[in-house]
Write a protein that binds this ligand. Sequence first.
Ligand code: MG
Length: 247
Amino acid sequence: MKKLRFRYMGEEFEGTFDNGVIVDSKGSVYDPRDIDWLPPSKPRNIVGLALNYGKHAEELGLKASEKPVLFLKPVSSLTGHMSNIIRPSGTKYVHYEGELAVIIGKRCRNVSIREAMEYVLGYTVANDVTARDFITNMFRPPVQAKGYDTFCPVGPWIVTKDEIPDVHSLEIITKVNGEVKQKDSTSSMIHRVEEIVSHISSFMTLSEGDIILTGTPEGISPVKHGDVIEVTVEGIGTLRNNIVDEG
Ligand code: MG
């Protein structure tokens, strides 16, 4: 099932996407061209993984680590499919990062790797937009780099996990203006979904709707005003956003 949230005539709805149309929880049908796409979940927390693909770590001159390296992305950075990503004035290195995102289905704490998938609702597509201008030293909690408004587009929908037989064999592609910039498979992920959920839950409570960004493959590059970024994860969908300069 494809679950989504959207805005229509100023009101917010939850619904599903099926056969090219959107159906809300009361059964009303909408044309996707008539709605505004909202992030498909309402998280309390958004947790990101750094360096979860070996070749991306290499392109940054870094080594992948044994334990997942984590950061938090503020909920205020969320935005939906088809919305604008605002490039802050004065930045030179705003990068897309196409990623598979995991959506938590129920509250969990201290779950084992074996139990972890029971707490996963499904998956969506994310762009972990990053202003590398602000990653400047070794002690670098990337709050500003990762945290601007609109720096966390996700969507268009959540595909429930029953429809994804193997989350670790999905092709992931990022295009800028139609040109392929990132192309890899989730089979290249160093830390796998069950391990990531188990690890995060070992120190913080994960809640229904929480989003985990599982890291990006190699091929990042700066974007500019007018660029169109499309991230596609096989079996899930395509997340599309435009870059617009601030002001
Ligand atoms: Mg990332």
